[in-house]
Design a protein around this ligand. Structure first.
Ligand code: THU
Length: 140
């Protein structure tokens, strides 16, 4: 993926982060998921008073996309930090979100872009972030 496309995806992730519902952790995450067809689905984290129903930004993006019929994905950009942050540290997907990615994405092709700003980012494959994961192939 070229730099311009990556930067657009990061901008989308920052826009998604603005919708985060985080009255408990005050830690806001935004994700932007790119489909193979070129569409982008945004996701934010959505917390809950009972805590465990909280949904991460990455899974929000995936579930929005899958529920609209999408099944093939190219990349996801993730940005996160405290509510009032003006500078950002790397925000890597939690294990549960990596497992959701594993369900729908090719581990060597799917790219996970962690960004601190539009110009400062690192790109990983799913295989790098979830080595030896359990996936649909294991059940065949
Ligand atoms: N969170 C995400 O949305 N994605 C991540 O990659 C890490 C954590 C959320 C969950 C919770 O709402 C808050 O960040 C603090 O854990």
């Amino acid at each position: 993926m070229n730099n311009e496309r990556i930067e657009t995806l990061i901008e989308e992730a920052f826009a998604a982060r603005k919708m985060a519902y985080t009255p408990y952790s005050h830690f806001q995450v935004g994700a932007a998921l790119l489909t193979e067809k070129g569409g982008i689905y945004r996701g934010c984290n959505i917390e809950n008073a009972a805590y465990t129903p909280t949904n991460c930004a990455e899974r929000t993006a995936f579930f929005k996309a899958v529920s609209e019929g999408e099944r093939s994905f190219t990349a996801i950009a993730v940005v996160g930090g405290p509510e009032e942050a003006s500078e950002f540290d790397w925000c890597a997907p939690c294990g549960v979100c990596r497992q959701v990615m594993k369900e729908f994405c090719h581990e060597d092709a799917f790219q996970i872009i962690l960004a601190r700003s539009v110009k400062e980012y690192k790109v990983y494959t799913l295989a790098e972030l979830l080595p030896m994961g359990f996936g649909p192939d294991n059940l065949q």
